[in-house]
Write a protein that binds this ligand. Structure first.
Ligand code: AMP
Ligand code: MG
Length: 498
């Protein structure tokens, strides 16, 4: 018998039939979990939803738009059996250790298996105060949550491991910030896990030493399963995380990304980029680029990111020491030896990526390519050349059109000499176009989109999302998204007070 079409009322009451949220983290690691609930949202309104990601998760986007769906996205209506928790973690913030940070305004709703068989955390940010909130109000606001949505999805488009964004819902609540009263919002974040270096730091200080081992076993199982077979699985875990982070930070540098707040609680064990707060992409190349208003010492500057990653990994290694060897001196030497590999690991990933950006054959000799890269970066630094546009135009240069790329260098003879050396490798322009993005979420475009969104116009945000979701595919109508900022854009500043 044909079914009557559902009315909106009916649709809003239909539960997503297959949705079950597992609580494996909470049951395996109760010492790192506080069962908690999201605060009520007075007037929730869905602002943006990621339909391809929803489909990937096996969630019906139409259902997510319904009252029940929005209830899930705010944590107000969780499926039966779900057991949301606030996760505990510690962390070094700008180098100072804080033994208990935890999710002050976030909740792990639960875990699901996506259509590809991958386990995913469903997590809310801005869902209200938790016992970890300290002085905070537990809330988040529309602008920064849309910013995280946009930039994380741009990172995904660029092929960089990242947490993803499923939706942003305006809560209908007014949130007080320094700038004044702002509209509250909740972001739904999807991640391979929320295990952080800071989770290990927290577990290391737990009175029961079994907690650390259980956490490490979970990390091995989720992110480095091959390590389980190794003679020393926890040393393999350390090496695995190190390799993932070396590769990740190399990819950041290759696209000009500055994370901005690489505290140890913002570094994942999975190797995904997490916590899009004061991050930004460089326009003009500058190794010293800093955007965050609170990073006054430049600790998290663009070019400092590999060194910081290594520093954070040393904190990870310290937390793992009891598991590495029963003789702690031996444990320290195993950890030190493993960490010593980081610069080589990072260097290999970075130069492989640069080789691709320059269209060079994979078998071109390391040493000559190494100096070619160093010399180019020095030239880009000297003239503060627009990083993204340079590589895209250099691709045209490989096809014979060098004019536009030459024009931006003041020391033309030096650039011409460099070009000659580069062309001698026979760079492949098609390969360069597959590697060098045309569209990145440039700061002026992000600000423009967020300003409009704050005034209830989401069209510019959707348009920018369209550009950055397919960053390598140059399309007519998107010309302005490929351009450097206008001269009067000035110095860009980002804020942590999100
Ligand atoms: P983040 O800078 O987002 O990595 O956050 C660092 C720590 O501050 C984490 O423990 C957060 O949960 C907490 N936090 C940030 N903002 C708030 C807020 N508005 N209310 C409560 N906790 C917060
Ligand atoms: Mg954080």
């Amino acid at each position: 018998m044909p079914r009557c079409p559902d009315t909106v009322e009916n649709v809003s009451r239909i539960p997503q039939p297959t949705l079950s949220l597992q609580a494996n983290f909470a049951s395996d690691l109760p010492e790192l979990s506080i069962p908690w609930q999201a605060e009520e949202t007075p007037e929730p309104r869905l602002l943006v939803i990621n339909e391809p990601l929803a489909a990937n998760l096996g969630l019906d986007p139409e259902w997510l738009r319904s009252q029940d769906g929005v209830g899930l996205l705010t944590g107000n209506r969780v499926p039966e059996g779900a057991a949301p928790v606030a996760q505990a973690y510690a962390g070094h913030q700008f180098g100072s250790y804080v033994p208990r940070l935890g999710d002050g305004r976030a909740l792990l709703l639960g875990e699901i298996t996506d259509t590809g068989g991958h386990r995913r955390d469903i997590h809310l940010k801005g869902s209200g105060r938790t016992p970890f909130a300290r002085g905070g109000d537990g809330r988040a606001v529309v602008g920064p949550m849309l910013r995280e949505y946009l930039i994380s999805e741009a990172m995904h488009g660029l092929g960089i491991p990242t947490t993803r964004s499923l939706a942003v819902v305006a809560t209908g609540r007014t949130v007080l910030r320094e700038e004044g009263p702002l509209r509250g919002a909740v972001l739904t974040r999807v991640a391979a896990s929320h295990l952080r270096v800071g989770s290990f730091q927290y577990a290391r200080n737990h009175e029961d030493p079994a907690v650390l081992r259980r956490l490490a076993d979970r990390a091995v199982e989720l992110h480095h399963p091959a390590a389980a077979q190794d003679e020393n699985p926890y040393l393999s875990l350390l090496r695995g995380v190190m390799a993932a982070q070396a590769g990740l930070v190399a990819q950041w540098l290759l696209v000009g990304f500055v994370h901005g707040v690489m505290n140890t609680d913002n570094m994942t064990i999975s190797g995904e980029t997490i916590d899009y707060g004061p991050c930004a992409f460089i326009d003009a190349f500058d190794r010293n680029a800093v955007y965050s208003s609170i990073d006054t010492g430049g600790r998290y500057a663009y070019g400092n990111q590999p060194a910081v990653a290594q520093w954070n990994l040393a904190r990870f290694a310290e937390a793992l020491l009891p598991l590495l060897h029963e003789d702690q001196e031996r444990a320290v030497s195993l950890a030190t030896e493993a960490l010593g590999e980081f610069p080589r690991e990072f260097g290999t990933a970075f130069s492989a990526g640069m080789r691709a950006k320059l269209g060079l054959p994979a078998d071109s000799p390391d040493e000559t390519v190494g100096t070619l890269i160093d010399d180019l970066l020095a030239l880009l630094q000297q003239d503060h050349v627009d990083y993204t546009q340079f590589f895209r135009r250099l691709g045209h240069g490989a096809r014979g059109d060098l004019g536009p790329v030459q024009a931006v260098f003041t020391d033309r003879p030096a650039f011409d000499a460099w070009t000659e050396r580069w062309l001698a490798f026979g760079p492949d322009p098609a390969a360069m176009e597959r590697t060098n993005p045309v569209y990145i979420p440039r700061n002026h475009l992000v600000e423009e989109a967020l300003e409009a969104a704050t005034a209830e116009d989401l069209a510019p945000l959707h348009r920018l999302l369209e550009a950055v979701s397919e960053p390598f595919h140059e399309r007519p109508g998107f010309e302005r998204y490929a351009e450097p900022p206008p001269e009067d854009f000035g110095r860009y500043r980002t804020y942590c007070g999100t």
